[in-house]
Design a protein around this ligand. Sequence first.
Ligand SMILES: [Zn+2]
Ligand SMILES: [Zn+2]
Length: 146
Amino acid sequence: MSDSNSPPSGGGGSVHKPICTICFEDLKPIVEDLQTLLICGHVFHELCIQQWLEYCPGGKQPTCPVCKQSCSRQNITRLYFQSTGDSTQLYSSLSPQDPANANAQALVEEVKKLEGKLAVLTLTFENQQLHLKKVDEEVPYMFALF
Ligand SMILES: [Zn+2]
Ligand SMILES: [Zn+2]
């Protein structure tokens, strides 16, 4: 019974697996909460898309991070995956006996979540900088009028 659950080394070339375009992490159906945009069918982590819509740049109509179709909070729905066999088996294989290992896994999950947050915030920040730049260009003009 060897259950080697080694993480991807990164240099595996182009392996086709679903990822969340917001945080660029793998999408893991069943074990993760996933949501899809009804208008285009693109799938993201629940947390990622929620944050995306909340901090959507511009404050106007939010758009899909992938195809830029306009969407709203009403356009997303939770995905529920059915797995074959006993689902408790899946969870028990995911929670290692070693508490230290479990702790490490929790930390990895936490880091992933924070990375997703950071990506969204960076995007918002860049957008605001753009906006500031625009304001900067307008201010001297207004002073000239004064
Ligand atoms: Zn994500
Ligand atoms: Zn889309």
